[in-house]
Design a protein around this ligand. Structure first.
Ligand code: CDP
Length: 488
């Protein structure tokens, strides 16, 4: 390994996601990385293969989702990341060789397409990372299983190179087959995996894409390890000095912080992950939205971070007193029923100057406990500016009146910034709208993950449930009215 990687260790709870199509070298790479960085190696594909084997073995129909799920939940499935290949045990029986035959490869995508099967697999896959750091390989690891993985890699190679590798693997195992047959199989599986409705194979927008068609194994391993270290270094919180933070704050913002800071303390706001916003670069603060209290609480938690401009619905600029507050802080009015180019231009200019922009990518207030759907605007802004977007998650703002919500925590959580590392590769495959959708889907998953982490600390409270039930009908009506022209 070269100098960037030599002697480097990673924190024990590091999660590395490796995705890519069949034969792209995920297994070899993931295993080598796990060994190199002393992490657990998990081959998620082996789990889908094992269930496919069990279904074939017992004559269970691949179309019967409930039947497959029952089989999976009842079974004792064990993976042993042995030296050369993951050993797979189903109820104690070693099926490692059986899961790697052409018969399994021809049917595994059908099994993996069922939403309930995927949900159960994902749950199990996440449980591995609760104990220690992992390198996990698969199709949806960076996009769904670990949307906040410490580092994401997408491995790719030409179809011919991948078919050649798979042919050699089959021959080594004594499965005689022809190049054309394997090529057709790999291509068909690519198509099925990429076109299924549920968690299709796609490039996570924040993954480092490595095409290894022309790389030797050593070169590929070196490039991947290097990419992981670079990403971990880039994502590591870099605290700014107090002087560099406060020197740029104008009197208006000092005033806002002087009002919102104490207010947040009276209400008992807890701030998690504040270190993830403390970097000196124009950034988008992409926040979920449940209440009118979200913007002031965000302002309070950005105290000392210089300036930010919030992109806010134009209706808020019509009447006093919101008009005064939004104008005071140079917020950017946006029309929500159309694509508002002016608002995006202003936000982009501001980001280019190295300032912060607050954006509510769901486009309106949503129901507590049900974040999303994220709309296309966030992706458009990120693609255009290539600014990093820090996910921000609010909880408790709907019930935060002093004394009214003793059980619901009032919190804001910042996650590490999302950077569009895969943009060039994505542009070769998708139009801008498609890329925006992928970014939106990633943020949907991130909000769910941040919510799950918060609910793990304090389960959803009765007040939150009641507030969700009250808000739901109104939110749905408003959504239909505000976004009826957006087809996404
Ligand atoms: O080694 P190869 O990439 O050919 O296959 P694998 O990683 O063992 O995955 C086998 C199949 O399981 C894939 O073709 C997918 O249909 C499915 N799979 C999935 O849907 N999601 C994952 N995270 C991993 C595998």
């Amino acid at each position: 390994m070269n100098r960037v990687v030599e002697d480097r260790t990673v924190p024990p709870h590091t999660v590395i996601a490796i995705d890519g199509p069949a034969g792209s070298g995920k297994s070899t790479t993931a295993r080598a990385l796990a060994e190199r960085f002393d992490l657990l190696y998990v081959d998620s594909g082996a789990m889908y293969r094992a269930l496919t084997w069990a279904a074939l073995d017992r004559g269970q129909s691949f179309a019967d989702e409930a039947g497959l799920l029952a089989m999976f939940t009842a079974a004792d499935l064990q993976l042993d990341p042995a030296r050369r290949e993951t050993r797979v045990f189903w109820d104690g029986k070693d099926i490692s060789d059986q899961v790697r035959t052409p018969a399994i490869e021809a049917n595994v995508s059908a099994v993996a397409a069922h939403p309930a099967i995927r949900a159960a697999m994902v749950e199990r896959q996440r449980s591995f990372a609760r104990r220690r750091g992992v390198v996990m390989e698969g199709r949806d690891i960076g996009s769904v299983v670990f949307p906040l993985a410490s580092a994401k890699i997408y491995l790719d190679a030409s179809l011919a190179a991948r078919a050649e590798r798979r042919l050699n693997q089959h021959r080594r195992r004594g499965n005689e087959t022809e190049f054309e047959t394997v090529l057709a199989e790999v291509e068909a599986r690519d198509n099925r995996d990429s076109s299924r409705a549920e968690s299709p194979l796609s490039i996570p927008p924040d993954a480092v894409v490595i095409d290894n068609s022309r790389l030797s194994l050593d070169e590929q391993l070196e490039r991947t390890a290097e990419a992981v270290i670079t990403v971990l270094d880039e994502q590591r919180p870099r605290s700014l000095t107090a002087a560099s933070l406060s020197s740029r704050v104008t009197i208006r913002y000092k005033f806002a912080y002087a009002v919102f800071g104490p207010l947040s303390r009276i209400l008992g706001l807890t701030i998690h992950g504040r270190e993830h916003v403390e970097f000196d670069e124009g950034k988008i603060l992409a926040a979920n939205h449940v209440s009118n209290l979200d913007p002031p609480m965000l302002a309070a938690s950005l105290e000392g971070m210089g300036h930010f401009r919030a992109v806010a619905k134009e209706e808020l600029f019509r009447f006093w007193p919101s008009r005064m507050i939004f104008k005071l802080l140079h917020s950017i009015p946006i029309k929500r029923s159309i694509f508002d180019a002016d608002a995006f231009d202003t936000a982009a200019e501001y980001l280019a100057e190295g300032q912060n922009v607050v954006f509510f990518p769901e486009g309106m207030r949503r129901v507590v406990g049900e974040p999303g759907p994220v709309r296309n605007g966030l992706g458009q802004l990120m693609m255009r500016t290539e600014a990093p977007a820090v996910p921000v998650f609010f909880r408790g703002t709907t019930v935060a009146v002093p004394g009214s919500s003793p059980n619901t925590p009032l919190e804001v959580t910042f996650a590490p910034p999302v950077r569009l590392r895969a943009l060039a590769a994505l542009r070769n495959r998708l139009d801008d709208r498609g890329i925006s959708r992928l970014i939106a889907q990633l943020f949907d998953q991130i909000y769910l993950e941040l919510q799950a982490r918060s609910f793990a600390r304090t389960p959803m409270t009765t007040e939150e449930r009641e507030s969700a039930d009250r808000a739901r009908p109104k939110v749905l009506r408003k959504e239909a009215k505000t976004f009826r022209r957006e087809k996404s």
